[in-house]
Design a protein around this ligand. Structure first.
Ligand SMILES: *[C@@H]1O[C@H](CO)[C@@H](O)[C@H](O)[C@H]1NC(C)=O
Ligand SMILES: *[C@@H]1O[C@H](CO)[C@@H](O)[C@H](O)[C@H]1NC(C)=O
Ligand SMILES: *[C@@H]1O[C@H](CO)[C@@H](O)[C@H](O)[C@H]1NC(C)=O
Length: 325
């Protein structure tokens, strides 16, 4: 870790000048966090320390992790916090819009207990952000000029917009800061975040399988819909929160031309071919064979106002899965 004066210097250097103008360091306007809802700021990013860092990251079901190294005394870090939280809101917490994909964390390098941990990442300024698969953070030693590392330093995450942009580029996603979810303020609040994410992913897996069954049952793959269905599969392969569904859709995609030969799906013959659809894909399950069916974790013990899953597939009536009564 660098000596304190050097760290302070770099930290000042990182301050956004426009946010800084007119105030001196230490003035309330810089240091105070203004809660957006006026009630009290909810923290979405998970604060880790040397004691739990490796364990939490190695156990995380998320595909990626972001770690912010900061120091609680650093004004630039306090300034940055709401920006980081704006992004964390999307991925962490019981009401995350995109749960289970990215675990957003922070480590306070000003705490003595974390000295070695921050050294492991050659933390040279605050805030300093890293990206990688959660398990790759475990035990890693990161150095700025190391040729190949599975952990990357994020060089352009100064604002929430830029950070999300960086993430989108990295994983080919198109998340937006305004992404909203529906209805899920009624999730039970006494179960842990990880548990909730796990349950939500089970439900999404099940919903995906059910949707696929409906598509097959209603013979919706025709020559006209073939191309868009393929695009849909590509989307699932890249972005589905469940690994099983990503792999299952990849399998369908790879075998797609065999399962649905274009010539066999011509409009005239759609009736005949349609009847084959069920047979040809009878053995393919879009989320693999192990997806537990019939659970609907979030329906269990649900109250009347619990989240309801509703599948809307063009051409078929809306299909409610999680009926509250
Ligand atoms: C590390 O974090 C855990 C979980 O937040 C906390 O219980 C523990 O007290 C922390 N350890 C230290 C030394 O601060
Ligand atoms: C949450 O609360 C419900 C009832 O209020 C209880 O049955 C359940 O065991 C609790 N779950 C946990 C993990 O504490
Ligand atoms: C759920 O709705 C039914 C019918 O609307 C009502 O009779 C019942 O009391 C409600 N239960 C709860 C827990 O609100």
């Amino acid at each position: 870790m660098s000596s304190a004066p050097l760290a302070l210097l770099v930290c000042l250097f990182l301050l956004d000048l426009d946010q800084f103008s007119g105030s001196s360091i230490g003035s309330r306007s810089i240091l105070r966090e203004v809660p957006s809802n006026g009630v009290g700021a909810v923290e979405y990013a998970l604060e880790l320390n040397a004691t739990n860092f490796d364990a939490i990251l190695s156990d995380s079901p998320a595909s990626f992790s972001l770690v912010e190294f900061f120091a609680h005394w650093c004004p630039a870090c306090r300034n940055y916090k709401p920006q980081y939280e704006k992004v964390a809101r999307l991925f962490n917490g019981p009401a995350a819009v995109h749960p289970g994909i990215i675990l957003m964390t922070r480590v306070d390098c000003a705490l003595k207990i974390n000295n070695k941990l921050c050294d492991r990442f050659s933390v040279s300024h605050y805030p300093m952000l890293f990206w990688g698969r959660p398990s790759k953070f475990v035990g890693v030693i990161w150095e700025p000029n190391k040729e190949k590392s599975e952990i990357s330093m994020i060089d352009d995450g100064k604002t929430a917009e830029r950070l999300l942009n960086w993430i989108n580029k990295q994983i080919g996603s198109s998340y937006g800061l305004d992404d909203e979810n529906f209805d899920n303020e009624h999730f039970p609040s006494n179960i842990s975040e990880h548990e909730q994410i796990g349950r939500a992913v089970y439900d999404v897996e099940e919903a995906t399988s059910t949707a696929f069954d409906i598509i097959i049952e209603h013979k919706m793959i025709r020559s006209k819909t073939r191309a868009s269905f393929k695009k849909f599969l590509q989307l699932l392969v890249a972005h589905h929160p469940s690994r099983r569904c990503r792999m299952g859709s990849a399998e369908v995609l790879v075998n797609f031309d065999d399962l649905y030969p274009p010539e066999a799906l011509s409009v005239d013959k759609s009736e005949i071919v349609g009847s084959d659809q069920k047979d040809s894909v009878g053995n393919i399950q879009i989320c693999g064979k192990e997806v537990p069916r019939g659970y609907w974790m979030f329906c269990r013990g649900s109250k009347n106002d619990t989240l309801r899953f509703q599948l809307r597939i063009v051409g078929s009536p809306p299909f409610s899965i999680c009926q509250s009564r």
